[in-house]
Design a protein around this ligand. Structure first.
Ligand code: GDP
Length: 443
């Protein structure tokens, strides 16, 4: 999980402040030292860290007291604001061309996730804008790349333009003509990568740029490479007019240094982050939400957006209503489980809920498919009346259900307990008392 270590360390540094009625300069200095170390360990650029700490100290010491927040909360607010600023403040969207198609060119080193990201982006545009993209296979040196893109195209039901031609600029030109004929609204161009930046690669990318005039030139960088990612970005940006960055493999990067430094070092905005290998594992990047995730305050907005992308809106409203009215039953539990499975890995989802990110009980939580299958079997072994009214599940009914679903009684008991707990949690959330700073852990 991204930022795990940083998140823990920052929260620890700040926790010491939250209980205090009054904060001295020594307290701020102590917290600043810990924050500085945490950032350096997360592989954030040295200069970026220096500026960050300077700013935190200046703000924390000079801040007028806000009545609604205690001193510790105020420092957290300052750190939250500065983290947001460091990552770029506002979310940046893709540039749109005045006429279709909007052209997106992907560049980056080999293995960073370029081809996968072409697919993820197509999927994102289809889901969010009902787009009709065309993909152009411009990585002709790695034969597998063309097949990989074709497979992605098939999976998404999106056309892929490829050609047996050594001149990539020509392929791109032909692909664009095809898109114009077919009235595709987006064209996403995959390009070749190398293990490191070289002149031949840059020349080829420049030639493609001259033919395609992309509205967006996105550099794909691997978050796991930490600060090296910022150097790669500077290298590419020297020769190409990059418009933004896609930071991939954030799911595997526990440090997060690249995400935190790349904007400040290069001035380029992160537009998307890749959070897994699957085609739906792409998120638009919002500095404020990311800061809040790092500080363990959750990210309800992204969660809601994910839900909107993958949920049936009517279905979601129906569920919300049931939670409010407390009529959520086992049938709904199964429906919910299906919906949540569609949204992505559960450990990532849960951490977006405020207050859940640091819950030690949820650390590394995973619900294997097998367990989900068991849960479903248990519900299917209940009568309709039992599903609607879990309170009637007495021991003899539980034994019958266990026998029917082929699992031990303890598992049935555990599942019923879990159901009751999640029902309670959902009620708390829908009644709105988990929002805001006031519910930060330890406050
Ligand atoms: P390319 O050489 O830049 O085109 O890279 P590929 O698209 O072939 O990706 C290289 C590897 O990285 C593949 O195994 C992908 O599944 C994996 N990958 C790409 N994006 C992500 C991501 O966001 N998270 C994770 N965990 N893996 C990713």
């Amino acid at each position: 999980m991204a930022f795990e270590n940083l998140s823990e360390r920052l929260q620890k540094a700040l926790k010491n402040l939250t209980g205090k009625g009054k904060i001295s300069e020594a307290d701020i200095n102590q917290a600043s030292r810990e924050i500085r170390l945490a950032l350096l360990e997360a592989d954030v650029n040295f200069k970026v860290v220096k500026d960050f700490i300077k700013q935190i100290k200046k703000e924390a010491l000079g801040k007028e007291v806000q009545e609604s927040l205690n001193p510790g909360q105020q420092v957290i607010k300052i750190v939250d604001e500065q983290l947001t600023k460091m990552m770029g403040e506002e979310a940046v969207k893709l540039n749109k061309a005045p006429h279709i198609p909007t052209i997106i060119m992907m560049v980056g080193l080999q293995g960073t996730g370029k081809t996968t990201t072409v697919g993820k982006l197509a999927n994102y545009l289809i889901k969010n804008e009902k787009a009709r993209p065309l993909l152009i296979a411009g990585d002709i040196y790695r034969p597998a790349a063309i097949d990989q893109l074709r497979q992605i195209g098939q999976q998404l039901n999106v056309p892929v333009y490829s050609e047996d031609n050594k001149d990539v600029a020509q392929i791109v030109e032909h692909g664009l003509n095809q898109a114009k004929e077919d009235k595709n609204d987006y064209v996403i161009i995959d390009t070749a990568g190398r293990l490191e930046i070289d002149e031949a690669l840059m020349d080829e990318l420049k030639r493609i740029t001259e033919v395609a005039h992309p509205d967006n030139t996105l550099l794909v960088v691997d978050a796991m490479t930490g600060q090296a990612a910022t150097q790669v970005a500077e290298g590419f940006n020297k020769d190409l007019d990059l418009t933004g960055i896609v930071l991939t493999k954030l799911d595997g990067d526990t440090r997060g240094g690249a995400a935190l430094s790349v904007r400040a070092v290069t001035g380029l905005p992160i537009i998307f982050t890749g959070q897994g290998e699957k085609l739906d594992a792409l998120e638009s990047f919002h500095p404020d939400r990311m800061a809040s995730r790092i500080l363990g305050m959750g990210d309800m907005l992204t969660l809601i957006e994910k839900a909107q992308q993958d949920y049936d809106a009517k279905e979601a409203e129906k569920m919300a209503q049931k939670m409010r009215e407390n009529t959520f039953d086992f049938n709904d539990f199964i429906d919910q489980m299906d919906q949540v499975q569609k949204m992505g890995p559960l450990d990532q989802i849960i951490k977006m809920i405020p207050g859940m990110a640091n819950n030690p009980a949820l650390k590394n939580i995973q619900i294997p498919d097998k367990q989900i299958a068991h849960m479903k079997a248990i519900v299917y072994s209940m009568t309709e009346a039992e599903r609607e009214d879990p309170d009637m599940l007495n021991p003899s009914r539980r034994r019958r259900i266990a026998a029917g679903s082929g699992v031990p009684v303890v598992e049935v008991n555990r599942m019923i307990k879990q159901f009751k707990q999640s029902k309670e949690m959902m009620q708390k959330m829908t009644s709105g008392n988990m929002k805001g700073l006031g519910n930060l852990p330890g406050m």
